[in-house]
Design a protein around this ligand. Structure first.
Ligand code: ADP
Ligand code: MG
Length: 686
């Protein structure tokens, strides 16, 4: 790491004395005064001593006590940043960005210099960065380049209670590093949940408690179950607004679409009520919200108005919003679930756990007594909610993590020191899929192809497709489509009052074949031809922000291609692209059944084309398709659908599909050695 900036230690004592003298404080001095009021401030010296005395320290404190923003600063103030960077992981990208922005303000430095953040596809750090917030996934990637984390003097694994897949894998790696790097300090910090379990896992590490100041939160349940929690939430907001004393409201919903619907609904209803009610400021918060708008939730509420923040579980513990007195908890969140038998992963609206419900309620009592309205019954809370959320590692697809661990030279995954090991079935499934992709050989060892695939910060399927792009001469198209797919479902703009026009515009992009992937490619190319203009987006019902983001991601991919020496070849026809994509996603192949539905080739599961797909409007449905992902709402829907030829499956994945299978869909067995990392054999075709 380069030269460290010599930051002046904030002199909190002096500035507070000044604050009494000066009538008007500078913004920075005001922030220093605010910092002193945080619960963690009283424990600053004790915390620093505990870090000095313990290599691994578990820190537990209420949400909002100042763990994330203050602890790295304290460590910096006493000089840990002189020997290395102070890292702090966050499970969510929004939190990493927002906290880094906050801390750079508190330190009065430019974001991206001394204080920075690193999230997938965006590195906002510099040579001078001494406090670095990053997603847990990014730290995992850093291990690939720096397996001993040599450039860090302290690593803080924050929000440990969230138990994301990446955090859990980090635990294992960090625990190992701590053994041979005596100089590194590890802080594991968590909201007030299962600290004992963390301590036990880290060889009985010391626990440091930050006693929080919390106020009573009155909890109210509905008498009967709500049929429509979204509508119930909106009604509760309005009722609270008109009937309750001042104080802001925080509503928990499950995702962007719901949040947008609620915001729209609230806007309509408050407009109808006009001047009869006080002003209600409506602030959405979810992962893909642009950062200018994210910042809005932190702005102080003007007098005579009330703020309502409508968010996902991002507001549970990752972000602390001051001034919340009322929490409206719908009792649901979106959760990944993975069925290793079918290999199908979907994002499903799921009831939260009791522990999550407690966290949500706690958000109402940070600065004064508050109220939490649970839009479910007391009975349901006691009988239908699990006590704790199941760690993600036990319910998710492990493909990319397994590929990464293999790249780190960790061969025996079944005996890796996981805090809660994933079911062996999940691991074996991931090993099988990586074998099918050619990333592992039949002894379960990383192949050359696998090593290249691991360089890309995306699913192994996509990295395989990009690398195959080289074979079919369409790397350039592959990375565009990969970047566009990364923009999620926010490429096309479809306002309700102009839905027909929007649909026509979308269908124009579909012309030329290649299904949704082909359409996404044409959207990008035409936008690029139009000098990436916003006006073009407007005219073609495309979301300009998503395009800008797709361009950034594409550029990153292009940089990575250079690193692994993939030429950015370009093909003239869409078939090359289709073959490359199919080569990565052959796992997701489906065949049209006589009933007019699609059935997945391997599991014979019935799936449908998502209504948002350009393929949903085809008159003649292709016999064979492969899809990008499945979304489960009322049915299993394929999102982003690509027509393919069955011959490609034999050509691209001969070790996975047999010619006969592409007629009768019989299951083919994997060689035994793959799952068990034993046996002998030859390298697979790759
Ligand atoms: P913890 O990690 O213990 O939950 P934090 O360090 O995140 O606590 O928060 C401490 C204080 O900093 C809170 O009062 C919170 O409101 C404030 N804060 C954190 N992030 C921001 C931000 N982006 N903008 C404004 N205030 C913030
Ligand atoms: Mg925090």
């Amino acid at each position: 790491k380069g030269k460290k900036a010599d930051l002046a230690v904030p002199e909190i004592e002096r500035s507070s004395r000044d604050s009494k003298k000066l009538a008007k404080l500078t913004a920075h001095e005001e922030l220093l005064a605010v910092r002193k009021k945080l619960p963690v401030y009283a424990y600053r010296e004790e915390f620093l001593e505990a870090v000095q005395d313990n290599q691994v320290l578990i820190v537990v404190g209420e949400t909002g006590s100042g763990k994330t923003t203050q602890l790295p600063q304290y460590l910096h103030e006493v000089g840990y940043s002189k020997v290395g960077c102070i890292g702090c992981t966050q499970p969510r990208r929004v939190a990493a960005m927002s906290v880094a922005a906050r801390v750079s303000k508190e330190l009065d430095v430019v974001l991206g210099r001394e204080v920075g953040y690193s999230i997938r596809f965006e590195d906002c750090t510099s040579q001078d960065t001494v406090i670095k917030y990053m997603t847990d996934g990014m730290l995992l990637r850093e291990f690939l380049g720096e397996p001993d984390l040599q450039s860090y003097s302290v690593m803080m694994i924050d929000e440990a209670h969230e138990r994301t897949l990446h955090t859990d894998v980090l635990f294992g790696l960090i625990k190992d590093i701590a053994r041979f790097r005596e100089d590194i300090k590890i802080v594991i910090s968590s909201a007030t949940m299962n600290a004992e379990a963390f301590s036990t896992y880290f060889d009985d590490a010391a626990i440091f408690n930050i006693p929080g100041r919390t106020y009573d939160v009155e909890i109210l349940y509905t008498k009967a179950p709500e049929a429509d929690y979204l509508d119930a939430a909106v009604v509760s907001v309005l009722q609270t607004h008109v009937s309750q004393p001042p104080g802001d409201i925080l509503v928990f919903l499950t995702g962007q679409e719901e949040i947008e619907a609620a915001v729209e609904n609230l806007l309509e209803r408050t407009k109808a009520l006009g001047a009869r009610i006080k002003e209600l400021l409506i602030c959405p918060i979810y992962a893909s919200l642009p950062s200018e708008q994210q910042a809005k939730i932190f702005e102080p509420t003007p007098k005579d108005a009330r703020k309502v923040v409508i968010g996902t579980n991002i507001a549970e513990t990752s972000l602390t919003i001051d001034g919340i007195c009322y929490v409206i908890d719908t009792g649901f969140c979106k959760q990944k679930t993975y069925n290793p038998r079918s290999g199908i992963e979907s994002l499903i609206v799921t009831p939260i756990s009791q522990a999550q419900a407690a966290q949500r309620a706690g958000r109402a009592g940070r600065t004064q007594p508050g109220t939490c309205f649970r839009l479910y019954t007391k009975w349901s809370f006691a009988h239908e909610l699990e006590e704790n959320t199941i760690p993600e590692i036990q319910r998710t697809n492990m493909n990319s993590v397994v590929l990464m661990l293999k790249s780190l030279g960790i061969h025996d995954l079944l005996h890796f020191d996981f805090m809660d090991p994933p079911p062996a079935e999940m691991l074996i499934r991931a090993l099988e899929q990586l074998y099918a992709l050619g990333a592992l050989n039949d002894r379960g060892e990383l192949t050359k192809l696998g090593r290249r695939m691991a360089e890309f910060p995306c699913d192994p399927q996509l990295s395989k497709a990009i690398i195959l792009g080289d074979k079919y001469g369409c790397v350039s198209e592959c990375i565009i489509v990969g970047a566009m797919l990364n923009a999620g479902n926010a490429v096309y703009y479809r306002p309700k009052d102009r839905a027909v026009h929007a649909d026509n515009a979308r269908m124009n992009f579909a012309r030329g074949g290649g299904g949704d992937h082909g359409a996404l490619l044409r959207v990008y190319k035409q936008w690029a031809d139009a000098d990436m203009s916003t006006q073009w987006c407007f005219e073609n019902y495309i979301q300009a922000k998503s395009m800008v983001r797709a361009r950034d991601v594409r550029d990153q991919f292009a940089g990575l291609c250079e690193r692994v020496e993939l030429e950015l070849s370009e093909a003239s026809d869409v078939e090359a692209l289709s073959k490359a994509i199919c080569g990565g996603y052959f796992y997701n192949a489906a065949k049209l059944a006589s009933s007019g539905e699609y059935k997945t080739v391997k599991q014979m599961k019935t799936v449908y084309v998502h209504p948002s797909s350009v393929m949903a409007h085809e008159e003649v449905m292709p016999k064979w398709v492969c899809y990008h992902e499945l979304a489960f709402t009322s049915k299993e829907y394929m999102r982003n659908v690509l027509p393919i030829e069955p011959d490609w499956l034999c050509e691209i994945a001969p070790h996975y599909y047999q010619t006969s299978e592409l007629k009768d869909s019989r299951k083919q067995k994997m060689p035994k050695g793959v799952g068990l990392a034993a046996g002998r054999g030859q390298n697979l075709p790759s």
